[in-house]
Every structure is written in structure tokens, then in C-alpha cells.
Ligand binder design. Structure first.
Ligand code: ASP
Length: 443
């Protein structure tokens, strides 16, 4: 079944399906949940750890290679400016779509007081909810320039040692790379070829890790299924969940239109090339863990030049979260509808602005979007702290499945923008995919 001829995304899909069915069967057996947590879950965790393990070396090597190939610093400013502008543009579109669907469908209007009471009773004091409220509080107390201040590391090794400090690492590498361009070529030759080699090796590690992806997604999805809430609780929130899903679906349509009209590539080709990264984003709920695979797909399978992808993708994974911001817009208005809080047009504008900032500030890890949702709700200024806590308990049960979907959109958005930037700078080439076993004759 897992022969070489079956495309990777189909193997991953098969792993996901088997994981779903297996997880469901385990929920029907008394010892099933514990068995899955003890004996299946670790394999999913190991896979995610392996991806995270190579994320920082990959960013360092590929960004340095990208900058050193540039030859001209002004080109770098162009790539940076363009991608950040497009990132902001797509995020505003996402939030607007979110606000439109939630205001048209009004999923919160039908929520009964009984459902609100059940959710509050079930999740009040739940560790997942309280930890999110506490993290949001500590983030809300930060100053206006903290975001920039936090981007400059005071210790390189501390930054390299923390996956949450991706922007600090990117800052250092850009600084280092610019200095490298200013030093004569013959004195930087060795260090350049060191990072070129490192880059190729880490990309090969991605290929090797991806060999286990079909089995890992099986473990990850089986774990999600046995850890999920009871079907009755999920059904109470079905209208809200479908509203978010519809908004995210429209966002995919928007990306495919951009790929067709601006990048002038077949949208189905784009989806097919990106599919393994999207499926991993879905199963891991983390754009940061998916980043190595996104980079590999976009560079090798879509032909985006490293000069572009090495900057646009890591920065995008950290600051561009269209799915997250769309979800925050829908969730904020849904909570207002359910708790009978009236939101004016001005309040909805505040949601656009804060959801934009919040998605930039959200970490690329599972559940981060919900932490920043608290900050969006606080900024609207119409919710008491109790209402915010009730609001979170209300949507908590379906957060994981929605996180899986919004992370897929976040990753798709990053890939789309990298294609647009590459196309606009003439940096889109013929793809040259490499397999895990190319060059095995060397050993
Ligand atoms: N899990 C999302 C990501 O990694 C962030 C979020 O929306 O919670 O992109």
C-alpha cells in the first residue's frame, strides 16, 4: 500500500482516515482511550518534535543562503516590504469575510441560556480555559512597542534555543546576512558554502521525516478523536463551527483566485503541490511545526526561489494568520450574539483592527488563536471579565477542530503570498523536486 508510486498526499490522507476510524473504535472500548494515549500518541508527538527540531536550523541556513544569493540589499527591502503589505491585505480580507458570514448567519442568536449554562458548568475552572485567560492577561499588559523590542534578542543562543523566538532568529540572520554582503566575497566563501551545505542537508532531513508522515498523522488523529468532547456538546455549537468553516472555505477560494489570476498557475496544481503541508497543518494544528514542510513544498515543488521563500515563509508562519484572524472575528461576534451584547459598526471596526494585530501576535502553536481572542474581546470594551470567561467556555469544546482548519488556512495563505511575491519579482522557476533517496548511491 505504501509503495513509492502513491503520491505522498494520498498516503497521508490514508493515514488520516485510518487514524479517524481507529480513534472512533477506541472511544467505543473501555480501555481504548488510555491505550491510545499511552501507546499511540507518543508517535505523533515524536513526529511533531522532529519537525520542530529542524525548523530553526532550516530558517537559519535557508535565509542566509537566500540573502547571500541576493547580491543587492535593496532587493531584500523589496521582498520584505511587498510580503508584509500583502500579508496585511490578505488578513484584512480574511477578517472581513469572517465578519460578513457571522453577521449574515448569526450563529449565536439561537444559543439557549441552557446551552450557555451547560458549557459554563462543564468548562468553568477547566485548565485549558483558565490558562488561556491568564496568558492573555499577561500579554495584554505589555507596552505598545514591546512587539518590536521583543524582536531584538540580547542572546543569540537563547533565541536559537526557543522555537517561540523565530522572529528574533530571523532578525539576527538578516543582520548577519547584510553584514556578510558588505564583506568581500573571498573572505565569506567558506561560511557561505557551510550554510549552503547545511541547507541541503536539512531539506533532506525533511524528506526523511516525511517518510513517516502517513504513520504519524494516524497517531495524531487517533489521539484527537479519543480526546474530543462528547457529540452532544459538539452538536450544540455546530452552527458556529459551520460558520467558521464556511468563512475558511471562502478564504481558500480567495487564495485559489489569486493563484490563478496573479500567479497565473493552475489552482489545482497549487493545491496538489501544497497538499502534504496542508494535511500536516491540519493534523498538527501548528504552522511552526509545519514550516519545514511548507518550505520544502514551495521551493522544490512549486519553484519559488529561495531568496523569496526563505524570508516570506518563516515570517509568514509567525505573523500571517488569516485563518486565525477570521476565526477571531467570527468567535467575537458569536459570543456577543449569544450573550446578547450589542455590537455597533464601530465595534466591528475595532474587531478588524485588533484581530489583525492579534493574528500577528499569535504564536504558531495549537490553541494560540484563542488566547489572542481574549485580547480582541477586551479591546471591544463591551464585555465584562466574567462575560469573556463565559464566552471562552462557550466555544472551547470546538476549538481543536477549528484550530486544525484555521492552521491549514494559515499555511495556505503563507504559500500563496510567497508565490505572489516570487511572481512579481520574476523569481518563480520550474520546480525541481528532490526525493529522499536521490543520491543514496553516495552511501
Ligand atoms: N494553531 C494556529 C497556528 O499554528 C494558531 C491558532 O490559530 O491557534 O497557525
Amino acid at each position: 500500500m505504501f509503495s513509492k508510486k502513491i503520491p505522498l498526499h494520498l498516503k497521508i490522507l490514508a493515514g488520516m482516515l485510518i487514524g479517524l476510524v481507529f480513534g472512533f473504535i477506541m472511544t467505543q472500548i473501555s480501555w481504548g482511550k488510555n491505550f491510545t494515549i499511552d501507546w499511540i500518541k507518543p508517535f505523533g508527538t515524536i513526529f511533531v518534535n522532529l519537525l520542530k527540531l529542524i525548523a530553526i536550523p532550516l530558517i537559519v541556513a535557508s535565509l542566509l543562503k537566500g540573502i547571500s544569493d541576493l547580491k543587492d540589499i535593496s532587493k531584500f527591502a523589496k521582498i520584505g516590504g511587498r510580503s508584509i503589505l500583502i500579508y496585511v491585505g490578505t488578513t484584512v480580507v480574511a477578517i472581513t469575510i469572517g465578519l460578513l458570514v457571522v453577521n449574515i448567519i448569526k450563529p449565536g442568536n439561537g444559543i439557549s441560556q441552557k446551552t450557555i449554562d451547560t458549557m459554563t458548568a462543564t468548562y468553568a475552572g477547566n485548565e485549558g480555559v483558565t490558562s488561556k485567560l491568564m496568558t492573555a492577561d499577561s500579554q495584554a499588559n505589555s507596552g505598545p512597542l514591546d512587539f518590536i523590542e521583543n524582536m531584538i534578542p540580547s542572546n543569540l543562543f537563547a533565541a536559537l534555543g526557543n522555537n517561540g523566538s523565530m522572529l528574533q532568529v530571523i532578525f539576527f540572520v538578516i543582520f548577519f546576512g547584510i553584514a556578510m554582503l558588505l564583506v568581500p566575497d573571498e573572505r565569506t566563501k567558506t561560511i557561505k558554502s557551510f550554510f549552503d551545505g547545511l541547507n541541503d542537508i536539512v531539506l533532506k532531513m525533511v524528506d526523511l521525516i516525511m517518510l513517516t508522515a502517513p504513520f504519524a498523522v494516524f497517531a495524531l488523529l487517533a489521539t484527537v478523536v479519543v480526546s474530543s468532547e462528547s457529540p452532544e456538546i459538539l452538536m450544540a455549537l455546530i452552527k458556529y463551527a459551520l460558520t467558521v468553516t464556511l468563512g475558511l472555505g471562502l478564504m481558500i477560494g480567495f487564495y485559489l483566485t489569486l493563484v490563478g489570476l496573479i500567479v497565473k498557475r493552475n489552482p489545482w496544481w497549487f493545491l496538489k503541490q501544497l497538499a502534504p503541508a496542508q494535511l500536516l497543518a491540519f493534523t498538527t494544528s501548528s504552522s511552526a511545526a509545519t514550516l519545514p514542510v511548507t518550505m520544502e513544498r514551495v521551493e522544490e515543488h512549486m519553484g519559488v526561489d529561495k531568496e523569496v521563500s526563505s524570508f516570506v515563509l518563516p515570517v509568514g508562519a509567525t505573523i500571517n494568520m488569516d485563518g486565525t484572524s477570521l476565526y477571531q472575528a467570527v468567535a467575537a461576534v458569536f459570543i456577543a450574539q449569544a450573550l446578547l451584547v450589542d455590537l455597533t459598526f464601530g465595534d466591528q471596526l475595532v474587531i478588524i483592527l485588533t484581530a489583525l494585530m492579534a493574528s500577528i501576535g499569535s504564536a504558531a502553536v495549537p490553541g494560540a488563536g484563542m488566547v489572542m481572542l481574549v485580547i480582541v474581546l477586551q479591546a471591544v470594551g463591551k464585555f465584562t471579565p466574567e462575560e469573556i470567561a463565559i464566552g471562552l467556555t462557550l466555544i472551547f469544546a470546538v476549538d481543536r477542530p477549528l484550530d486544525m482548519l484555521r492552521t491549514t488556512i494559515n499555511v495556505t495563505g503563507d504559500a500563496t503570498v510567497s508565490l505572489i511575491v516570487a511572481k512579481s519579482l520574476g523569481k518563480l522557476k520550474e520546480p525541481k523536486p528532490e526525493n529522499w533517496d536521490d543520491y543514496t548511491k553516495n552511501i
